[in-house]
Structures are given as structure tokens and as C-alpha cells.
Design a binder for this molecule. Structure first.
Ligand SMILES: NC(=O)c1ccc[n+]([C@@H]2O[C@H](COP(=O)([O-])OP(=O)(O)OC[C@H]3O[C@@H](n4cnc5c(N)ncnc54)[C@H](OP(=O)(O)O)[C@@H]3O)[C@@H](O)[C@H]2O)c1
Length: 324
């Protein structure tokens, strides 16, 4: 007999109220797949972008179950998957959807075993964000002794970037945030300079930075190109404020003699094995207390819409986690 499990689906794109709890047949593991009984589900910024329905052309349709990362226990594996995964507690990337559910499906290549002393809640707070932070800094050729500016530091990617840069020997770490209270929390994680969203405020120096990690994009991006030191590198990893103006590249050309550069970075371009190596190291570091999972709130799965309302209202510092 078919087993029914609870999930949350987008029934209408737009407001968070368009999401509703539904009942679905328990997923079946196909070739190369595992089924995970979820213990924690990360609520990501990308889930909200998909829910708003503004990603025209990406083929998302109503009925989609959002959620790209979960942690929990493997309850079933595909016929070609090593049986030793059964019963193991894991973190998993579930793709662009499928996570907001009591049971989720993942490709075994997107699954990492969890250390005993790391909670599932902490795992879904760090599992995607911390590798993005690590590889974005690598992409920027960040080196000890350099200065770093993290634009949009209050989300899980920005927080991890601050901590990893601090542990990596950054000489100064500036953050942008709309909130002095968040600025103080970021100082506790390693930030040395707290700026407002425009980049103003804080001490007079440094005015320019060797590395800018930008999670915000939007109309303000060109003014942060101006905050790059000579030979400075900006890496754009997110666009929470939308796309930058189409002529933003003119800022680089105008500052030609500064030899600045700008790149984008997506974790999708990192080979899976390299991603997993870093993720496993980061989970171990988190279990030792060397990397902090900043959890804004833990809500039951059926309050996914409330989690999205909090995100839309800009209330979230770190990450909201759902539990089934
Ligand atoms: N590159 C990759 O591989 C990768 C992987 C996963 C996700 N992403 C992308 O990363 C982004 C989400 O990252 P996240 O969850 O860390 O960020 P987030 O929490 O959505 O946003 C980070 C912070 O930016 C600030 N902010 C929001 N709107 C702003 C605006 N209009 N202007 C200036 N600042 C603003 C807010 O902090 P304050 O209110 O404190 O200023 C917010 O907490 C998405 O764009 C997603 O697509 C990229």
C-alpha cells in the first residue's frame, strides 16, 4: 500500500500564502538516488526567488515543492546504490526543489555523511552556504593579510564568508548591513568594520579592499567596484537586490589604471568531489566549534509560509530551518 507523506508546495507563485501543506506519495529511490527522512530543511534565499515567480523562463510550475537542502536519515536507496548508506544520517542537496517534505529524494552524489556531533539543523545552515563562501574567496584569490569587504553579510553565505576570511588571516573585514545590531553580531564572528548598505560609515580606513564578495548585486554594485584597491578582485555570488545596471562594466574601464577585476562565481562550477571535500571539512570544523551555524529560527514544516514572510520582510539573520 502506498505511504503518504506531508510536504509543502507552491500552489500559486507570488506571496508566501501561495504555499500550502499537501500530502504526496512517499518518494521512491530510482537509479543513483536515495530517500531521506528529513530532520531539518534549510530555507534558502533561492527558494524565495522561485516562490515569487520572478524567474520567468526557468520552467518552474505550480505544485513545485521548494527546498534545496535537507539533513536526515537515509531510508531507501536505488538498486545500484551502496546499501551502506541505509540508516546513515546525511546532508543532501536536493536540486531546485523537493526539500520541504517529510521525505526527500537526492542523487547519492549530492549526499554527504554527517559527523555524530553536528546537528541536522546546523548541517542545513552551513551545507550550501559555507562551501559557497570558501570557493568564492578562493575564486577571488584571497590571501592572508588582505582586506575583504562582504556586501550583504547578514545571510548564511555572508556570515560564513566573514568567518572563513577571519580564520584565513584577513587583515580587515568590512561588512555591509542595514542594522547596527547585526553589525555587532558580525563583529563577534570576525568583522572589523561595519558599513551601511551604501558602504558608508565605519572608520575612515580602509576605503578600498583587496577582495569584495558581493551577495547583493542590484543598482548599488558599481559603487562597490570603486571600493576595490589596485589589483582588487570583486566576486559576485548573489543578486538579492536584483540585476546591476547594464553599463556596470564601465566602472572597471573607467578605473583602467587600477587593474581591478570582476568575476561571478557559482558553486555549480566546482567539481562535486572538491565541493564534498570542503563540505566534509567544514562540517567537522563546525562540530569542533570552529565554524558557527547561525540559525535565525526553527519552525515546523507547516509554517514554511511564515518562514518566507520573515525572509521577505528582511527579518532573517542567518538561516531559518524547518523541521517536519
Ligand atoms: N553563487 C552560488 O553558488 C550561490 C549558491 C546559493 C545561493 N546563491 C545566491 O545567494 C543569494 C542568497 O544568499 P544569502 O541567503 O546569504 O543572502 P540573503 O540572506 O538573502 O541576503 C543577504 C543580506 O543582504 C542584505 N540585503 C537584502 N536586500 C538588500 C538590498 N536590496 N540591498 C542591500 N542589501 C540587501 C540583507 O542584510 P541587511 O538587511 O543586514 O543589509 C540580507 O540579509 C541569492 O542571490 C542566491 O541565488 C548563490
Amino acid at each position: 500500500m502506498e505511504t503518504i507523506v506531508r510536504a509543502v508546495a507552491i500552489q500559486a507563485f507570488g506571496d508566501p500564502g501561495g504555499m500550502a501543506t499537501i500530502e504526496v506519495a512517499e518518494p521512491q529511490a530510482g537509479p543513483g538516488q536515495v530517500v531521506i527522512e528529513t530532520e531539518a530543511i534549510g530555507v534558502g534565499g533561492v527558494d524565495a526567488v522561485i516562490r515569487r515567480g520572478t524567474l520567468g523562463g526557468y520552467g518552474f510550475t505550480t505544485g513545485l515543492i521548494p527546498g534545496s537542502e535537507v539533513a536526515g536519515r537515509v531510508t531507501a536507496v536505488g538498486t545500484d546504490v551502496d546499501q551502506s548508506w541505509l540508516g546513515r544520517r546525511v546532508w543532501a542537496f536536493t536540486g531546485t526543489g523537493g526539500g520541504y517534505a517529510e521525505q526527500a529524494l537526492a542523487r547519492v552524489g549530492d549526499v554527504v555523511a554527517l559527523p555524530h556531533d553536528l546537528s541536522s539543523i546546523d548541517a542545513v545552515t552551513l551545507g550550501s552556504a559555507a562551501p559557497v563562501a570558501h570557493f568564492a574567496l578562493t575564486h577571488a584569490h584571497f590571501a592572508p593579510g588582505e582586506s575583504v569587504l562582504v556586501r550583504g553579510a547578514s545571510g548564511s553565505i555572508g556570515i560564513a564568508t566573514v568567518e572563513i576570511a577571519a580564520r584565513g588571516g584577513a587583515e580587515a573585514i568590512a561588512v555591509t548591513t542595514s542594522s547596527p545590531q547585526r553589525g555587532n553580531l558580525l563583529r563577534g564572528l570576525g568583522a572589523t568594520h561595519v558599513l551601511d548598505r551604501s558602504g558608508a560609515g565605519g572608520p575612515a580606513t580602509p576605503q578600498t579592499y583587496d577582495v569584495v564578495i558581493d551577495i547583493v548585486g542590484g543598482p548599488g554594485l558599481p559603487s562597490f567596484i570603486d571600493r576595490l584597491a589596485p589589483n582588487g578582485r570583486m566576486v559576485v555570488v548573489g543578486v538579492v537586490a536584483g540585476m546591476p545596471p547594464t553599463d556596470f562594466g564601465m566602472r572597471l574601464i573607467a578605473g583602467f589604471q587600477q587593474s581591478r577585476s570582476l568575476a561571478t562565481f557559482s558553486l555549480d562550477t566546482v567539481p562535486v568531489a572538491a565541493r564534498d571535500t570542503v563540505r566534509v571539512e567544514q562540517f567537522a570544523a563546525a562540530a569542533r566549534g570552529e565554524l558557527h551555524a547561525v540559525v535565525h529560527a526553527v519552525l515546523p514544516l507547516n509554517q514554511a509560509a511564515e518562514a518566507h514572510r520573515k525572509m521577505d520582510a528582511g527579518e532573517v539573520f542567518g538561516r531559518i530551518v524547518l523541521t517536519p
